[in-house]
Ligand binder design. Sequence first.
Ligand code: NAP
Length: 407
Amino acid sequence: MADTSTDRIVIVGSGLAGVTAAGTLREAGFAGELRLIGEELDLPYDRPPLSKSVLVHEGAEEQAALRPLGWYEDHRIERMPGTRVVRIDPGERRAVLENGSSVAYRKLLLVPGAHPRRLPALESGSLPHVYLRTLRDALRLREQLQPGRRVVLLGGGVIGMEVAASALQRGCDVQVLECAPRVMGRALCASLCEHVASYHREKGVKIELGVEVTGQALSVPGVSLRDGRVIPTDLVVIGIGIIPNVELAASAGLRCDDGIVVDEFGATSNADIYAAGDAVKYPDAFHGRAIRSENWMHAQNQAVRVARNMLGEREPYRQVPHMWSDQFDLKIQVSGSHDGDQDVVRGDPKTNRFMIVHLRDGRIIGASGINQARDMKFAGTLVEMHACIDASRLADLQFNLKKAATL
Ligand code: NAP
């Protein structure tokens, strides 16, 4: 018999955004049926530990579940793990599954996330290569990170640098190959990029910048570079960015443009379908243009806002960008933008506890901190306020950021 439920919300994607949206829908009073469809078999889990604790410590994966199993039952969230949606039929309001059956919806939330950008030139040959996105990828990678093993990280972004730190802690011989002139150049300002790279080098990570990998080497296990050199290695981990999963949305006729296009409320170009998380392109008040945002805080906060809007609230999603990354004992955090015209350093970089406040036209537009968790909270508020504070005061450690942020 055809599935004809008329009071059901279906969520496609069971990552952080999907699970957060499901919980929010219940908290906000949605009493109808709620289905959470996801391709992976595992209980939905958090991704930040995958490149850190899960790689370093056996058993850390047990702490990675977003919610315990009983939570889904308590909230009447019907999970459909290991289930692939192959098509959306917006006219009939159905999500069609791989096995040919379909699930009817009143409203649909797409939170399909993204997949790693691939480098086919490194995929053919006998050298093992790994992309890291899922829990199973992380568990497979951990097995391969054995003491003395030579590991190349291709890409010095967040994945590359976090995995480099984890692999070194596992006793591997680690080398990062990055095509740009800096590591973590997308996330951090130039001086923080330098700081992070120096710290890694001090710990024993080799880093080469501005290099282009052309493929696997033929002479020895390793990778070949454009300049003719060969870097011998036993394993290559590829972290060169992600691509949003837009296929379902695009084939359903929803507007896509390097992401599923949504408005400030999270609605797609179809009134019954919303979207959130890594895969969406949304109008961002902070940047003053449509962007895609690839971070944990965004996935969580947009999911909360959009779930509430699906139930009839109409509040725009607004969020000052915020990211963090843990590498060795460095807690790196960034709020707002680092693309200013003046940087003010607070604290001594040699102590590995300092902050850089980014100003544009005298106003605070961002802050980047190393081991500054407490003050970064207040700096984030100052970024939201676009506060105007004299550079000499900001540089003075006696100047109290908490007081300034609570004025
Ligand atoms: P990423 O942060 O965008 O970094 C990719 C890096 O690889 C960039 O520096 C890029 O340089 C470089 N690159 C691109 N093509 C290359 C090539 N052929 N050879 C060498 N280097 C190349 O992406 P990612 O590290 O793969 O991370 C994937 C996603 O996971 C991101 O969305 C990230 O936000 C998320 N993630 C976040 C965290 C966190 O927030 N702590 C941790 C792990 C993962 P160009 O910039 O010059 O292209």
